[in-house]
Design a binder for this molecule. Structure first.
Ligand SMILES: Nc1ncnc2c1ncn2[C@@H]1O[C@H](COP(=O)(O)OP(=O)(O)O)[C@@H](O)[C@H]1O
Ligand SMILES: [Mg+2]
Length: 352
């Protein structure tokens, strides 16, 4: 045993063990904190919730995920934003220990999915891209069955189910068959189901794809509450407004690669201008107009139905366009968004 005060001994011990078992950092941190020997100055910071480096997922010779490095920290709401086929679901399946990584380093909740899959899965809440609810059963029975997977006592599940159905605003549908629910209600039930085990990390793969705007806003509100309660969230989406609303930090994915990483506002600041002037000119080729406006904008994108002028002051540039004798059929001044960031980085739009 090490010499010195008990406190010092424990500190030394933690340091030594941590070096040996880096992935167990979270456990040691908690242990140290309880004993009052780990403070905010300590180097024993909590381990990341998810850490991957050069992670690859291959299907035969095709790399769906082609060497991504990401760290998600405790309490963060972290996004994977990218179009269809970017590799978001493949990444979520590796993180949730449903499909093995082909290459690279991956730790989830401090553990290796290859050797600790069941342990990790027992601490995750999953909202898969496609709902996997039992349509013929009631909402309550869906929650009961799911709770049983986690070996929770029935009484406990019933209590949690009541709370979660209330959270999902589905209490009055408790005994209805899932079959009768709308798409938005099913998504909220899937989230309630994922929360039954009180997970340390909630993974949501395209939580609002295919929902109407009202259903999306209701779901965002629920996710926002979870985020405010400090639940660590990983969300994939191809909706830039969803990513902007819900994510503290995100990566932009395309063709299995990460093309940018940061807080939404920061990404916009780094890669775009404050404002965008959108112009639409009848049936005339937008390409031709584009050449005439080059000196007015930092950058111009020509889309099939409109021109995007990346500028600092949209109204000022619109006046300049008018004073050159051009009258666009439609004009719109708006703030830059993550959609613009994606366009700058890839030359394509997020939703095709
Ligand atoms: N099981 C699989 N076998 C072969 N190719 C796959 C499989 N799953 C996904 N892919 C391919 O990997 C790429 C990424 O898919 P996916 O991870 O589902 O992307 P996203 O969720 O961003 O839409 C796509 O080109 C898809 O066709
Ligand atoms: Mg997907």
């Amino acid at each position: 045993m090490l010499k010195g005060s008990p406190e010092r001994e424990l500190k030394e011990f933690l340091k030594a063990v941590r070096l040996e078992f880096e992935g167990e950092g979270q456990v040691l941190y908690e242990l140290g904190r309880k004993r009052g020997v780990v403070d905010s100055e300590s180097k024993l910071a909590p381990a990341p919730i998810v850490e991957c480096r050069d992670l690859v997922k291959r299907f035969d010779s095709f790399a769906a995920v082609d060497g991504i490095s990401v760290t998600v920290n405790q309490g963060e709401s972290f996004g994977f934003l990218g179009p269809n086929g970017a590799g978001k679901t493949s990444t979520m399946r590796m993180i949730s220990c449903m499909s093995p990584a082909s290459e690279g380093y991956l730790r989830v909740l401090g553990q290796d999915p290859e050797t600790h899959g069941p342990e990790i899965r027992s601490r995750l809440g999953l909202v898969p891209q496609e709902d996997t609810l039992e349509l013929e059963l009631s909402l309550l029975d869906n929650l009961l069955i799911y709770g049983r997977y986690f070996d929770l006592p029935k009484k406990e599940i019933l209590q949690r189910a009541d709370r979660l159905l209330d959270f999902a605003q589905l209490t009055d549908r408790k005994h209805d068959k899932v079959d009768l629910l709308s798409g938005g209600m099913r998504r909220r039930l899937t989230i309630a189901r994922a929360l039954i085990s009180e997970p340390d990390l909630l993974i949501l793969d395209e939580p609002t794809t295919g929902l109407d705007p009202q259903a999306r806003h209701l779901l965002w509100d629920r996710l926002y509450r979870l985020k405010s309660d400090g639940v660590t969230l990983i969300i994939t989406t191809h909706y830039m407004d969803e990513a902007e609303q819900l994510c503290d930090r995100l990566v932009v994915m395309d063709h299995g690669h990460i093309v940018a990483e940061g807080a939404p506002r920061q990404l916009i600041e780094d890669h775009s201008t404050p404002e965008v002037l959108e112009l639409r000119f009848g049936n005339v080729g937008h390409e031709e107009y584009s050449a005439g406006f080059e000196d007015l904008a930092e950058r111009i994108e020509v889309l099939p139905d409109r021109l995007l002028l990346y500028v600092h002051d949209g109204d000022e540039v619109l006046s300049a366009v008018h004073s050159r004798g051009h009258t666009p059929e439609r004009s719109l001044v708006r703030r830059s968004t993550l959609e613009d960031v994606f366009l700058v980085l890839t030359g394509r739009t997020l939703v095709d």
